[in-house]
Design a binder for this molecule. Structure first.
Ligand code: CMP
Length: 133
């Protein structure tokens, strides 16, 4: 089924100039960019997006990091877009991400892992509402 998913290139991905390569990978996989915007994440958006991690040891650093510089916010659509994007991104921890995946090729450490993508169609709906209200 055709789905939409929320994808965000994190501050390290923008800083290290991986925007073009990342968008290229999604397009080559047959997915389409529906919305795309470069800008800052507000503290409110960060808290809403990462509500499930509140109270975890890495939470404060995560919020500080995601609001530290410009990100690219995207809505990507296509057949099975949620799972397709997650497989293109690779494992959350770049150290575990396979070569050929976005995090495997460009990720440095767990906290700066290049990209965020919704983990289910339900999170996609929620996250698109947070970032493209
Ligand atoms: P993301 O998929 O954006 O969702 C939460 C982020 O928290 C995750 O990517 C990582 O960048 C970051 N993070 C840092 N430490 C951890 C951890 N121990 N477990 C999961 N996520 C972590």
């Amino acid at each position: 089924a055709v789905q939409k998913t929320y994808i965000m290139i994190k501050p390290d991905g923008v800083k290290n100039k991986h925007i073009g390569e990342i968008v290229n990978r999604f397009e080559r996989a047959g997915l389409a960019v529906e919305r795309m915007e470069l800008g800052m994440v507000t503290p409110e958006q960060a808290a809403a997006n990462y509500a499930e991690h509140e109270g975890k040891p890495f939470y404060n650093g995560l919020i500080e990091y995601i609001t530290s510089g410009p990100v690219v916010k995207m809505i990507i659509s296509g057949d099975g877009a949620v799972a397709k994007c997650r497989s293109l991104m690779g494992a959350t921890n770049p150290a575990d991400a396979a070569p050929g995946t976005i995090r495997g090729d460009f990720g440095l450490v767990m906290d700066e892992n290049v990209i965020h993508g919704s983990d289910s169609p339900e999170s996609a709906e929620r996250e698109m509402g947070i970032f493209f209200a």
